[in-house]
Ligand binder design. Structure first.
Ligand code: 13P
Length: 258
């Protein structure tokens, strides 16, 4: 992390876990464990039916609420979809786009992720844009090229000021939910590469202002080492964000790390 230029963002991604009826208890347990300082942003990205309750449960805390996906459409006959303005109206501050699970199971492309990113920015919601390679792509030596393509594709047409309002999450697909974390060196190398792509596309100021997270089996044990890397400005945390104690250890590591 480089706190001179960027405030770290620790975001939990609950995926399709937990229930509305459990959110208050979760927050009651998490609240006293959170640091008093505002050294980092804390976000919980929860399933759509949990958003309203979560916004209420997080009132008066430093936890912002995030969604996990958004429609590319504004309104109308799109059964099952949730628009950016609906999220905004609920008090949602962040939204994940292009998670590898949506790319894999719902065929999401960089083009679609780019369109969703634009909808979120228009609504004043911070997009958390996910990029990452599969194990096969890594073994074939394609990681850096693929990441460049994903970053270029998802940021296409955004102004420098808009990019500075985005968070980019590097999530190697082989590290998600597998317990197999990228080493700090591997994660730093790709996050540094993402920053260099942003620098080439925009400028030095935009590159140094953009928050870049690591995600993939980040947990209470390995978070401090990953967050100590200069280009890793936070984490996108799946499994460990379902446990208040583990999640709070990661948040505290980000808030303390200088
Ligand atoms: P895990 O932390 O469970 O590996 O999940 C990472 C992730 O996909 C967060 O978006």
């Amino acid at each position: 992390m480089n706190k001179k230029y960027r405030k770290p963002v620790i975001a939990g991604n609950w995926k399709m876990n937990m229930l509305h009826s459990g959110t208050k208890d979760f927050m009651d347990e998490l609240k006293p464990l959170l640091p008093k300082t505002r050294g980092c942003e804390v976000v919980l990205c929860v399933p759509s039916p949990l958003l309203y309750g979560m916004v209420k449960a997080c009132r008066g805390t430093k936890v912002a609420v995030g969604a996990q996906d958004v429609s590319v459409h504004d309104k109308g006959a799109y059964t099952g979809e949730v628009s950016a303005s609906m999220l905004k109206d609920l008090g949602v501050k962040y939204c994940i786009v292009g998670h590898s699970e949506r790319r894999a199971y719902h065929g999401e492309t960089d083009e679609l992720v780019n369109a969703k990113t634009k909808k979120l920015l228009e609504a004043g919601i911070t997009p958390i844009i996910c990029v990452g390679e599969t194990l096969e792509e890594r073994e074939r030596g394609l990681t850096m090229d693929l990441i460049s393509l994903q970053v270029r594709g998802t940021l296409c047409g955004l102004t420098d000021a808009e990019v500075r309002r985005c968070v980019i999450a590097y999530e190697p697909v082989w590290a998600i939910g597998t317990g197999k974390t990228a080493t700090a060196e591997q994660a730093q190398e790709v996050c540094e590469h993402i920053r260099s792509v942003v620098r080439k596309l925009y400028d030095a100021k935009t590159a140094r202002s953009t928050v870049i997270q690591y995600g993939g089996s980040m947990n209470a044990k390995n978070a401090a080492e990953l967050l100590a890397c200069p280009d890793i400005d936070g984490g996108l945390i799946g499994g460990a964000s379902l446990k208040p104690v583990d999640f709070s250890v990661i948040v505290n590591a980000a808030c303390e790390e200088e």
